[in-house]
Write a protein that binds this ligand. Structure first.
Ligand SMILES: Nc1nc2c(ncn2[C@@H]2O[C@H](COP(=O)(O)OP(=O)(O)OP(=O)(O)O)[C@@H](O)[C@H]2O)c(=O)[nH]1
Ligand SMILES: [Mg+2]
Length: 327
């Protein structure tokens, strides 16, 4: 029974980086893992990709052949993949038979998960063949900095969950960059557990008072609370605790921890030492507050030192080499 994760999220949310980091992490733990690229516009892949949709179709092919723009071309590509599902199944089969764990790197166009049915159909076909998949939905943690942006992310996450109808782990990615974003209005825990949204509305109405949209914002927040489905894990891809915690969540969501009961299933060991979502958010907050403290200059504003982009954080190392450095 093959297990895996479907990695989705808006453009630039860190999907490809996550796929690379998690593959390295799991391989280092002894779990045989491959990355399947389902993004026909993925021009720079940091991982070695076992199956690549670009061998079937590329975005440029679709755009040139049918004079489409990038969005139309992307929709054409995923619909083409849906129609050529046998191609994908044939490519995956040897790895599935060999007990590999799958990570699917998906395109970032949001409409593919909120309106278009093709990705959903691809997932249903895989599920029929007993693939056990969880969706990992990455959204940039910078959305926490403004109430209106966070509400739109909540709505996007809820819509995606309802649309895809599969086990789902929502993730606030690039949490290391929080230190650059100044003080959040609430604790990180408030954003991860999506607590009482009235506080968020209060902030929104104070900062952007609007008679017209105030009522709309309230209705959207009520809707999100009524469903009571959305919550977030956190991720900093260079922090091994953060990656390990997220993998534990995903292993529970897709059933790997229960279904792959083979000798040496490292997921059972990891979960024996499990933390819940709240304590994970608390840990993350403490780590990044400490980081903010150490990178602040005398006047309390963040200095440039802590603002390194991912590449300079890694300093030429692979993600897993960076983890080993801390051991
Ligand atoms: N600081 C930091 N940067 C990150 C992290 N994850 C990803 N990035 C950076 O975010 C940028 C976008 O990352 P990608 O992995 O290409 O994002 P993506 O979601 O695959 O993007 P598309 O495929 O274009 O939708 C890159 O510059 C990464 O280096 C993280 O945890 N921390
Ligand atoms: Mg990508």
């Amino acid at each position: 029974m093959p297990f895996g994760q479907l990695v989705i999220g808006p453009p630039g949310s860190g999907k490809t980086t996550y796929c690379n980091g998690v593959q390295q992490f799991l391989n280092a733990l002894g779990r045989k893992t491959i990355v399947v690229n389902l993004d026909p516009a993925n021009d720079s892949m940091p991982y070695e990709c076992a199956v690549n949709v670009e061998d079937l179709i590329t975005l440029n092919d679709a755009m040139d052949a049918y004079q489409l723009g990038p969005n139309g071309g992307m929709v054409y590509c995923v619909e083409y993949l849906e129609k050529n599902m046998e191609w994908l199944l044939l490519k995956l089969k040897p790895y599935a038979d060999d007990g590999y764990y799958f990570i699917f790197d998906c395109p970032g166009q949001v409409e593919l998960y909120t309106h278009n049915q093709s990705i959903k159909t691809v997932v249903r076909r895989l599920e029929k063949l007993d693939y056990r998949l969880a969706c990992v939905h990455l959204v940039d943690s910078s959305y926490c900095t403004e109430a209106s942006r966070f509400i739109s992310v909540l709505l996007l996450s809820l819509t995606t969950m309802i649309m895809l109808e599969m086990p789902h782990v929502n993730v606030l990615s690039k949490i290391d960059l929080l230190e650059q974003m100044g003080q959040l209005d609430f604790s990180l825990e408030y954003y991860t557990s999506v607590m009482d949204l009235d506080y968020l509305l209060f902030h929104l109405n104070e900062r952007e008072p609007s008679e017209r949209f105030g009522q709309l914002n309230k209705i959207i927040c009520d809707l999100i609370e009524d469903y009571s489905l959305v919550g977030f894990s956190t991720l900093c891809i260079t922090d091994k605790h953060s990656v390990a915690n997220l993998i534990k969540e995903v292993d529970k969501a897709n059933g790997y921890i229960f279904g792959a009961l083979s000798e040496g299933n490292e997921s059972i060991l990891m979960s024996a030492n499990s933390t819940d979502l709240l304590s994970e958010a608390r840990d993350a907050q403490m780590r990044y507050e400490a980081m903010r403290g150490s990178s602040s200059s005398a006047n309390g504003r963040p200095s440039g030192a802590g603002n390194a982009p991912l590449d300079s954080l890694l300093n030429g190392m692979s993600i897993v080499e960076h983890f080993h450095k801390d051991l």
